[in-house]
Ligand binder design. Sequence first.
Ligand code: NDP
Length: 293
Amino acid sequence: METLLLKGKAVRDQVFSELKEKVAKAPRKPGLAVILVGDDAASSVYVSHKEKGCEEVGFHHETHRLDASTDENTLLELIGRLNRDRAIDGILIQLPLPKGLDQDRILLSVDPAKDVDGFHPENLGRLVSGSPRFVPCTPKGILRLLAHYDVPLAGKNVAVVGRSVIVGRPLTMLLSLKRSDANATVTLCHSGTKNLGEITSRADVVVAAIGVPKALGPDEIAEGCIVVDVGINRIDAPERPKGTRLVGDVDFDALNGRVAAMTPVPGGVGPMTIAMLLENTWEAMCLAEGLDG
Ligand code: NDP
Protein backbone atom coordinates (compact mmCIF):
# COMPACT_ATOMS: atom_id res chain seq x y z
CA MET A 1 0.00 0.00 0.00
CA GLU A 2 1.31 3.41 -0.85
CA THR A 3 1.09 5.71 2.17
CA LEU A 4 -0.12 9.22 1.41
CA LEU A 5 2.09 11.72 3.25
CA LEU A 6 0.04 14.48 4.84
CA LYS A 7 2.48 17.35 4.41
CA GLY A 8 1.68 20.32 6.59
CA LYS A 9 4.23 22.56 4.96
CA ALA A 10 2.26 22.83 1.72
CA VAL A 11 -0.95 23.67 3.60
CA ARG A 12 0.89 26.17 5.78
CA ASP A 13 2.18 27.92 2.64
CA GLN A 14 -1.39 28.21 1.40
CA VAL A 15 -2.64 29.62 4.73
CA PHE A 16 0.28 32.08 4.77
CA SER A 17 -0.43 33.38 1.29
CA GLU A 18 -4.14 33.83 2.11
CA LEU A 19 -3.21 35.77 5.26
CA LYS A 20 -0.71 37.88 3.35
CA GLU A 21 -3.40 38.91 0.88
CA LYS A 22 -5.82 39.79 3.67
CA VAL A 23 -3.21 41.79 5.59
CA ALA A 24 -2.44 43.83 2.47
CA LYS A 25 -6.08 45.01 2.44
CA ALA A 26 -6.50 45.38 6.23
CA PRO A 27 -6.78 48.75 8.02
CA ARG A 28 -3.73 47.83 10.12
CA LYS A 29 -1.31 45.00 10.73
CA PRO A 30 -2.38 42.31 13.19
CA GLY A 31 0.02 42.24 16.15
CA LEU A 32 1.38 39.22 18.01
CA ALA A 33 3.33 39.44 21.26
CA VAL A 34 5.29 36.39 22.38
CA ILE A 35 6.61 36.04 25.92
CA LEU A 36 9.54 33.70 26.41
CA VAL A 37 10.72 33.16 29.97
CA GLY A 38 14.05 31.38 30.45
CA ASP A 39 16.40 29.81 27.94
CA ASP A 40 14.85 26.46 27.04
CA ALA A 41 16.48 25.56 23.71
CA ALA A 42 13.39 23.99 22.09
CA SER A 43 11.21 26.95 23.15
CA SER A 44 13.70 29.38 21.60
CA VAL A 45 13.49 27.49 18.30
CA TYR A 46 9.66 27.51 18.36
CA VAL A 47 9.66 31.26 19.11
CA SER A 48 11.99 31.96 16.20
CA HIS A 49 9.66 30.01 13.88
CA LYS A 50 6.76 32.16 15.09
CA GLU A 51 8.77 35.34 14.50
CA LYS A 52 9.64 34.20 10.98
CA GLY A 53 5.99 33.35 10.30
CA CYS A 54 4.90 36.84 11.38
CA GLU A 55 7.54 38.41 9.13
CA GLU A 56 6.40 36.31 6.19
CA VAL A 57 2.73 37.30 6.41
CA GLY A 58 3.41 40.92 7.38
CA PHE A 59 2.21 40.95 11.00
CA HIS A 60 3.55 43.29 13.63
CA HIS A 61 5.35 41.13 16.19
CA GLU A 62 7.35 41.54 19.34
CA THR A 63 9.13 38.99 21.50
CA HIS A 64 9.61 39.67 25.18
CA ARG A 65 12.54 37.57 26.40
CA LEU A 66 12.65 37.40 30.16
CA ASP A 67 15.18 35.87 32.48
CA ALA A 68 14.30 32.49 34.03
CA SER A 69 14.41 34.16 37.47
CA THR A 70 11.66 36.67 36.53
CA ASP A 71 9.10 36.92 39.32
CA GLU A 72 5.40 36.36 38.77
CA ASN A 73 4.36 39.98 39.37
CA THR A 74 6.75 41.29 36.70
CA LEU A 75 5.30 38.81 34.25
CA LEU A 76 1.72 39.68 35.21
CA GLU A 77 2.49 43.40 34.79
CA LEU A 78 3.84 42.77 31.29
CA ILE A 79 0.74 40.74 30.36
CA GLY A 80 -1.46 43.53 31.74
CA ARG A 81 0.37 46.06 29.55
CA LEU A 82 -0.02 43.87 26.46
CA ASN A 83 -3.71 43.33 27.29
CA ARG A 84 -4.18 47.12 27.07
CA ASP A 85 -1.95 47.64 23.99
CA ARG A 86 -4.19 48.25 20.95
CA ALA A 87 -1.42 47.27 18.52
CA ILE A 88 -1.37 43.78 20.03
CA ASP A 89 -4.13 41.34 19.04
CA GLY A 90 -2.59 38.12 20.25
CA ILE A 91 -0.54 37.27 23.33
CA LEU A 92 1.31 33.99 23.49
CA ILE A 93 3.10 32.70 26.57
CA GLN A 94 5.63 30.16 25.39
CA LEU A 95 5.22 27.00 27.48
CA PRO A 96 6.57 25.40 29.54
CA LEU A 97 7.24 28.21 32.02
CA PRO A 98 10.13 27.78 34.45
CA LYS A 99 9.28 26.05 37.72
CA GLY A 100 8.13 28.44 40.42
CA LEU A 101 5.77 30.37 38.13
CA ASP A 102 2.08 29.57 38.51
CA GLN A 103 1.18 28.64 34.92
CA ASP A 104 -2.59 28.58 35.53
CA ARG A 105 -2.56 32.05 37.11
CA ILE A 106 -0.46 33.44 34.27
CA LEU A 107 -2.61 31.97 31.50
CA LEU A 108 -5.72 33.26 33.29
CA SER A 109 -4.31 36.80 33.23
CA VAL A 110 -4.28 36.95 29.41
CA ASP A 111 -7.30 38.82 28.00
CA PRO A 112 -9.43 35.98 26.53
CA ALA A 113 -9.98 38.15 23.43
CA LYS A 114 -6.19 38.07 22.85
CA ASP A 115 -5.68 34.43 23.84
CA VAL A 116 -4.68 33.21 20.39
CA ASP A 117 -3.29 29.98 21.83
CA GLY A 118 -6.79 29.13 23.10
CA PHE A 119 -5.53 28.04 26.54
CA HIS A 120 -7.57 30.48 28.65
CA PRO A 121 -10.35 28.65 30.54
CA GLU A 122 -12.91 30.91 28.85
CA ASN A 123 -11.81 29.78 25.38
CA LEU A 124 -11.47 26.14 26.44
CA GLY A 125 -14.97 26.42 27.96
CA ARG A 126 -16.36 27.78 24.70
CA LEU A 127 -14.84 24.82 22.88
CA VAL A 128 -16.39 22.35 25.34
CA SER A 129 -19.77 24.09 25.09
CA GLY A 130 -19.70 23.74 21.30
CA SER A 131 -19.23 27.37 20.31
CA PRO A 132 -15.47 27.77 20.00
CA ARG A 133 -13.70 31.12 19.55
CA PHE A 134 -9.93 30.60 19.67
CA VAL A 135 -9.19 26.91 19.23
CA PRO A 136 -5.74 25.69 20.36
CA CYS A 137 -3.44 25.80 17.34
CA THR A 138 -2.26 22.19 17.10
CA PRO A 139 -5.75 20.61 17.28
CA LYS A 140 -7.09 23.21 14.85
CA GLY A 141 -4.17 22.54 12.51
CA ILE A 142 -4.78 18.79 12.57
CA LEU A 143 -8.39 19.23 11.45
CA ARG A 144 -7.34 21.68 8.74
CA LEU A 145 -4.65 19.33 7.48
CA LEU A 146 -7.03 16.36 7.28
CA ALA A 147 -9.66 18.49 5.54
CA HIS A 148 -7.07 19.67 3.01
CA TYR A 149 -6.27 16.08 2.08
CA ASP A 150 -9.99 15.14 1.97
CA VAL A 151 -9.69 12.75 4.89
CA PRO A 152 -13.23 12.54 6.26
CA LEU A 153 -13.68 12.34 10.02
CA ALA A 154 -17.47 12.19 10.33
CA GLY A 155 -18.53 8.86 11.77
CA LYS A 156 -14.94 7.61 12.09
CA ASN A 157 -13.45 6.07 15.20
CA VAL A 158 -10.54 8.23 16.30
CA ALA A 159 -8.11 7.27 19.05
CA VAL A 160 -6.25 10.25 20.50
CA VAL A 161 -3.25 9.21 22.58
CA GLY A 162 -2.18 11.89 25.07
CA ARG A 163 -4.46 14.13 27.16
CA SER A 164 -2.48 17.36 27.50
CA VAL A 165 -4.40 20.61 27.58
CA ILE A 166 -2.33 21.76 24.60
CA VAL A 167 -3.12 18.90 22.25
CA GLY A 168 -5.04 15.78 23.25
CA ARG A 169 -7.83 17.16 25.41
CA PRO A 170 -8.90 20.07 23.16
CA LEU A 171 -8.50 17.87 20.08
CA THR A 172 -10.92 15.38 21.58
CA MET A 173 -13.46 18.16 22.07
CA LEU A 174 -12.93 19.51 18.57
CA LEU A 175 -13.22 16.12 16.87
CA SER A 176 -16.49 15.41 18.63
CA LEU A 177 -18.17 18.68 17.61
CA LYS A 178 -21.27 18.27 15.47
CA ARG A 179 -19.82 19.88 12.34
CA SER A 180 -19.01 18.55 8.93
CA ASP A 181 -15.21 18.58 9.40
CA ALA A 182 -15.49 16.69 12.71
CA ASN A 183 -18.39 14.58 14.05
CA ALA A 184 -16.07 11.70 14.95
CA THR A 185 -16.36 9.13 17.73
CA VAL A 186 -13.37 9.75 19.93
CA THR A 187 -11.49 7.71 22.52
CA LEU A 188 -8.96 9.64 24.60
CA CYS A 189 -6.08 7.45 25.76
CA HIS A 190 -3.28 8.23 28.20
CA SER A 191 -0.69 6.56 30.40
CA GLY A 192 -3.44 5.05 32.53
CA THR A 193 -5.20 3.41 29.57
CA LYS A 194 -5.39 -0.37 29.74
CA ASN A 195 -4.97 -2.30 26.48
CA LEU A 196 -3.91 0.79 24.55
CA GLY A 197 -2.94 -1.30 21.52
CA GLU A 198 -6.38 -2.89 21.34
CA ILE A 199 -8.04 0.53 21.23
CA THR A 200 -5.65 2.09 18.73
CA SER A 201 -5.63 -0.93 16.43
CA ARG A 202 -9.44 -0.71 16.10
CA ALA A 203 -9.36 3.01 15.24
CA ASP A 204 -9.78 4.45 11.74
CA VAL A 205 -7.60 7.39 12.73
CA VAL A 206 -4.87 7.45 15.39
CA VAL A 207 -3.45 10.72 16.72
CA ALA A 208 -0.25 10.30 18.73
CA ALA A 209 0.56 13.19 21.10
CA ILE A 210 2.65 11.42 23.68
CA GLY A 211 6.20 12.78 23.61
CA VAL A 212 7.80 9.30 23.45
CA PRO A 213 9.87 8.50 20.34
CA LYS A 214 8.37 5.77 18.14
CA ALA A 215 5.93 4.70 20.87
CA LEU A 216 3.35 3.35 18.40
CA GLY A 217 4.12 0.94 15.56
CA PRO A 218 2.54 -1.93 13.60
CA ASP A 219 1.46 -3.72 16.81
CA GLU A 220 -0.69 -0.75 17.80
CA ILE A 221 -1.80 0.62 14.42
CA ALA A 222 -3.82 -1.35 11.88
CA GLU A 223 -3.10 -1.52 8.17
CA GLY A 224 -4.95 1.15 6.22
CA CYS A 225 -5.22 3.50 9.22
CA ILE A 226 -4.82 7.31 9.05
CA VAL A 227 -2.00 8.36 11.36
CA VAL A 228 -1.42 11.86 12.73
CA ASP A 229 1.91 12.10 14.51
CA VAL A 230 2.10 15.16 16.74
CA GLY A 231 5.27 14.16 18.59
CA ILE A 232 8.52 16.06 18.16
CA ASN A 233 11.34 14.16 19.83
CA ARG A 234 15.06 14.72 19.40
CA ILE A 235 17.03 11.50 19.38
CA ASP A 236 20.71 10.65 18.92
CA ALA A 237 21.77 10.17 15.31
CA PRO A 238 25.55 9.79 15.08
CA GLU A 239 25.27 9.59 11.28
CA ARG A 240 23.98 13.18 11.11
CA PRO A 241 26.35 16.18 11.21
CA LYS A 242 24.49 17.55 14.25
CA GLY A 243 24.48 14.16 15.97
CA THR A 244 20.70 14.26 16.52
CA ARG A 245 17.49 14.12 14.51
CA LEU A 246 13.77 14.67 15.07
CA VAL A 247 11.33 11.77 15.18
CA GLY A 248 7.67 11.55 16.03
CA ASP A 249 5.70 9.39 18.44
CA VAL A 250 5.07 6.71 15.81
CA ASP A 251 7.53 4.43 14.09
CA PHE A 252 7.39 6.09 10.67
CA ASP A 253 9.59 3.59 8.82
CA ALA A 254 7.68 0.58 10.14
CA LEU A 255 4.29 2.11 9.25
CA ASN A 256 5.23 3.58 5.87
CA GLY A 257 3.64 1.37 3.22
CA ARG A 258 1.17 -0.18 5.70
CA VAL A 259 -1.06 2.76 6.61
CA ALA A 260 -3.24 4.75 4.24
CA ALA A 261 -1.93 8.17 5.23
CA MET A 262 0.50 9.59 7.76
CA THR A 263 2.01 12.93 8.76
CA PRO A 264 5.80 13.10 8.52
CA VAL A 265 7.97 14.49 11.34
CA PRO A 266 9.20 17.09 10.73
CA GLY A 267 6.96 18.74 8.13
CA GLY A 268 3.57 17.38 9.18
CA VAL A 269 1.65 18.84 12.12
CA GLY A 270 4.35 21.33 13.20
CA PRO A 271 3.94 23.82 10.31
CA MET A 272 0.15 23.69 10.78
CA THR A 273 0.49 24.81 14.40
CA ILE A 274 2.23 28.02 13.36
CA ALA A 275 -0.21 28.63 10.50
CA MET A 276 -3.16 28.35 12.91
CA LEU A 277 -1.48 30.67 15.42
CA LEU A 278 -1.25 33.35 12.75
CA GLU A 279 -4.80 32.67 11.61
CA ASN A 280 -6.04 33.02 15.20
CA THR A 281 -4.15 36.32 15.48
CA TRP A 282 -5.80 37.54 12.30
CA GLU A 283 -9.20 36.52 13.73
CA ALA A 284 -8.41 38.36 16.98
CA MET A 285 -7.71 41.54 15.00
CA CYS A 286 -10.96 41.14 13.09
CA LEU A 287 -12.83 40.78 16.40
CA ALA A 288 -11.08 43.85 17.83
CA GLU A 289 -11.79 45.95 14.73
CA GLY A 290 -15.27 44.60 14.04
CA LEU A 291 -14.20 43.21 10.64
CA ASP A 292 -15.78 40.19 8.96
CA GLY A 293 -12.44 38.40 8.43
P1 NDP B 1 2.57 16.11 27.52
O1 NDP B 1 3.81 15.53 28.10
O2 NDP B 1 1.94 17.29 28.16
O3 NDP B 1 1.46 14.97 27.47
C1 NDP B 1 1.77 13.68 27.04
C2 NDP B 1 0.53 12.81 27.16
O4 NDP B 1 0.86 11.50 26.71
C3 NDP B 1 0.02 12.66 28.59
O5 NDP B 1 -1.38 12.71 28.61
C4 NDP B 1 0.53 11.28 29.01
O6 NDP B 1 -0.33 10.62 29.93
C5 NDP B 1 0.48 10.54 27.69
N1 NDP B 1 1.43 9.43 27.67
C6 NDP B 1 2.74 9.45 27.98
N2 NDP B 1 3.28 8.23 27.81
C7 NDP B 1 2.28 7.44 27.38
C8 NDP B 1 2.20 6.07 27.02
N3 NDP B 1 3.28 5.27 27.07
N4 NDP B 1 1.02 5.58 26.64
C9 NDP B 1 -0.08 6.37 26.56
N5 NDP B 1 -0.07 7.68 26.89
C10 NDP B 1 1.11 8.20 27.28
O7 NDP B 1 2.89 16.37 26.00
P2 NDP B 1 2.26 17.39 24.91
O8 NDP B 1 0.85 17.04 24.62
O9 NDP B 1 2.60 18.77 25.25
O10 NDP B 1 3.16 16.98 23.66
C11 NDP B 1 3.16 15.67 23.12
C12 NDP B 1 4.16 15.61 22.00
O11 NDP B 1 3.74 16.47 20.96
C13 NDP B 1 5.56 16.09 22.35
O12 NDP B 1 6.50 15.34 21.61
C14 NDP B 1 5.58 17.53 21.90
O13 NDP B 1 6.89 17.98 21.60
C15 NDP B 1 4.74 17.44 20.69
N6 NDP B 1 4.05 18.68 20.32
C16 NDP B 1 4.08 19.01 19.00
C17 NDP B 1 3.42 20.12 18.55
C18 NDP B 1 3.43 20.42 17.10
O14 NDP B 1 3.14 21.52 16.71
N7 NDP B 1 3.75 19.44 16.26
C19 NDP B 1 2.69 21.01 19.46
C20 NDP B 1 2.65 20.54 20.83
C21 NDP B 1 3.33 19.41 21.22
P3 NDP B 1 -0.60 11.19 31.43
O15 NDP B 1 -1.57 12.31 31.25
O16 NDP B 1 -1.18 10.05 32.14
O17 NDP B 1 0.74 11.63 31.94
